[in-house]
Design a protein around this ligand. Structure first.
Ligand SMILES: Cc1ncc(COP(=O)(O)O)c(C=O)c1O
Length: 365
């Protein structure tokens, strides 16, 4: 039977884009003391959202609304756009898969940054696309390098994440605007804004839905604290957006997820509080590492990239020790980014545990 796999699937390595903290807990036979490695929101969803989830629990015998009607309605009024400009899906991750399925033929070229979000790459190779990887420049995604490469290889899709993961860096509105203007007509710009809630809406490029070759992705997983419910959305030109109906899993977004995301969007006061907690936490993370002599990049997300100052082996070694000390953190996978460790915002208790573990590790190193 395995011989019946498609040629693309046969040739794929059996990779997982991310090893989950649960996998590590099972392997190590312990529970993490601090879960600050996956850029989740430890501050969780608001009380109002939790109440909405509890109230909806008895309705889980129902499928979710395949049109995600109420949530899309709320998003349309939140952004002052039309319903037709939105598609809701199983997190950005799910939507990226649909996007790639819609646009890639085997062998088509796709441009992204070397070391950028791996789940996108995972989808691209899964549909037979060929990746062109542009190195970061000064720990930022290289805007002119990305455009140059997209033109050179006649890319079908150009992926750019702003703010960026894994470095947490950000390109200013005017530069992104210029970048968008330079994207070739035949290339679709996939602008991943998973972390956009952590910068002011007025710092982001205009949402211009007249552009047929730009699609923006946002999520309820980060600032809104709903990663486990898997709800994300894309914003774009109505023709582009409607094409998702050809391939999306119409019942993919679960009922509780739809209800919770709607309640979260309506609770902007709680979002503001979360953003303050995240900023405070990031300052604390920076100070914990700076006391040990490590600097960090300015972060525009809910995590901090810490420069471990030496080579990737050194960073990997400290990361391994942190994991052994039950602190879940991650690090970028490729040079030159892999001399950094990435720490997500945590509660005070998480950060006390981090501080203690790091101090012990550094005494020995
Ligand atoms: C850049 C980027 N895009 C997308 C995602 C995933 O978003 P979602 O939970 O909506 O699938 C992440 C999560 O870490 C991310 O860092």
């Amino acid at each position: 039977m395995i011989d019946n796999l498609t040629k693309i699937a046969k040739d794929l390595p059996a990779t997982v884009p991310f090893v989950g903290p649960e996998t590590q807990e099972r392997e190590n036979n312990y529970k993490f003391l601090a879960r600050i490695g996956a850029n989740e929101s430890v501050f969780g969803p608001s009380e109002k959202v939790q109440d909405a989830i509890k109230n909806a629990a008895p309705l889980t015998w129902q499928y979710g609304d395949p049109e995600n009607f109420d949530l899309i309605d709320a998003l349309a009024s939140f952004y002052s756009l039309k319903r037709e400009n939105f598609v809701v899906g199983e997190g950005i991750d799910g939507l990226l898969g649909y996007l790639v399925r819609l646009f890639l033929e085997p062998g088509d070229r796709v441009v992204t940054s070397l070391g950028a979000y791996p789940t996108f790459n995972y989808h691209v190779v899964g549909f037979g696309g060929k990746l062109s990887l542009v190195p970061y420049k000064n720990f930022h995604e290289d805007l002119s390098g990305l455009i140059k490469e997209a033109k050179k290889v006649k890319a079908k899709i150009l992926y750019f994440s702003n703010p960026d993961n894994p470095m947490g860096t950000f390109h200013q509105k005017k530069d992104v605007q210029k970048f968008i203007d330079q994207v070739p007509d035949d290339t679709l710009l996939c602008l991943d804004e998973a972390y956009s809630d952590f910068v002011g809406q007025d710092e982001l490029a205009e949402l211009d839905t007249s552009r047929i070759n730009v699609i923006r992705f946002r999520t309820f997983s980060k600032a809104y604290g709903l990663a486990g419910l898997r709800v994300g959305y894309a914003i774009g030109n109505s023709t582009l957006i409607s094409s998702f109906n050809k391939v999306r899993n119409h019942f993919g977004v679960n009922k509780i997820g739809q209800i919770a995301a709607l309640a979260a969007l309506e609770d902007q006061e709680y979002l503001r509080k979360t953003l303050i907690s995240v900023e405070e936490s990031k300052l604390r993370i920076k100070s914990i590492f700076s006391k040990m002599g490590f600097s960090s990049l300015e972060s525009h997300t809910n995590f901090v990239a810490i420069n471990m100052g030496k080579d990737s082996n050194y960073a990997k070694n400290i990361l391994t020790e942190l994991i052994k000390n039950k602190i879940f953190v991650r690090m970028p996978g490729v040079a030159p980014l892999n001399s950094f460790i990435r720490v997500s915002a945590g509660q005070e208790e998480d950060l006390r545990n981090l501080e203690k573990a790091l101090a012990e590790i550094m005494r020995k190193n």
